[in-house]
Write a protein that binds this ligand. Structure first.
Ligand code: KIV
Length: 263
């Protein structure tokens, strides 16, 4: 049985947790073959897979087929699904219904951005037995208010507020915390303070694990070069080169060969 509870043991034994986003069956199968610990079906799929400008366009209806497709390919990986924009900000029954739908589609935990009014829903879900992952720092669903994708908690006051919010989340019972785009020092302090694992993205190395968007780390997204990103492949370059090679073979009559044709 896949459970995020394992991450607590990993933190206790100082084993780093690796997480990648995944939005479809095809890539979930590849992640399943790898040593990666966990999959996040992030609401970033609205941007990466559907071409929207931000994650506020990820609706529950958009997310659910992606969660289900990932679950069909992910083998024994722990799957976390993002609660889409506003689903944790309306009333409690609506939040419970959204979380239930994501779990029934195949997720093993839900991730919720923010630590204000969301705390009631988080505590309720945890009490009901559903693991919840928090998300603080740069919370992309608040991009319209934040005025862009900027590093957060740069001042002492903002760092203290962030730490206080994280402590509220810990009291509400979160299983892990995603910390996005905060100074490494703040992330390090928070990681030491919290019992639950802290998974960083743009939060430095002194955290319990790292998460990256799969397409970003594979170099499939041209033109996206934030400071925190390390590209482990040039998938965009490789795919375009393969397509051009195929095009050339087709136009020159070099594909298919006799051995690729039926007698
Ligand atoms: O939606 C997402 O991909 C995320 C990660 C980048 C943390 O929330």
């Amino acid at each position: 049985m896949q459970s995020i509870a394992r991450f607590q043991t990993m933190k206790a034994t100082q084993q780093k947790i690796s997480m990648v986003t995944c939005y479809d069956f095809w890539s979930a199968q590849l992640v399943a073959e790898s040593a990666i610990d966990s999959i996040l079906v992030g609401d970033s799929l609205a941007v990466v897979m559907h071409g929207f400008a931000s994650t506020v366009h990820a609706t529950l209806e958009l997310m659910l087929p992606h969660v289900a497709a990932v679950a069909r390919g992910a083998g024994d990986k722990v799957i976390i699904a993002d609660m889409p924009f506003m689903t944790a900000s309306s009333d409690l029954p609506a939040g419970v219904a959204a979380a239930t739908a994501l779990i029934q589609a195949g997720a093993h935990a839900v991730k919720i951005e923010g630590a204000k009014h969301q705390l009631t829903l988080i505590a309720h879900l945890v009490e009901a037995g559903l693991p919840v992952v928090g998300h603080l720092g740069l919370t992309p669903q608040a991009v319209l208010q934040l005025g862009g994708h900027r590093v957060q908690a740069r001042t002492e006051a903002a760092a203290s507020a962030l730490i206080e919010e994280a402590e509220h989340l810990a009291r509400a019972g979160i299983s892990a915390l995603v910390l996005e785009c905060v100074p490494a020092k703040v992330a390090s302090v928070l990681t030491q303070k919290l019992d639950c694992p802290v998974i960083g993205i743009g939060a430095g190395v002194q955290v319990d694990g790292q998460v990256l968007v799969l397409q970003d780390l594979l170099g499939a997204n041209r033109g996206f070069h934030p400071k925190f990103l390390r590209k482990y492949a040039d998938l965009a370059g490789d795919v375009v080169a393969a397509l051009n090679h195929y095009h050339q073979d087709v136009t020159e009559g070099a594909f298919p060969a006799v051995c690729e044709s039926y007698a």
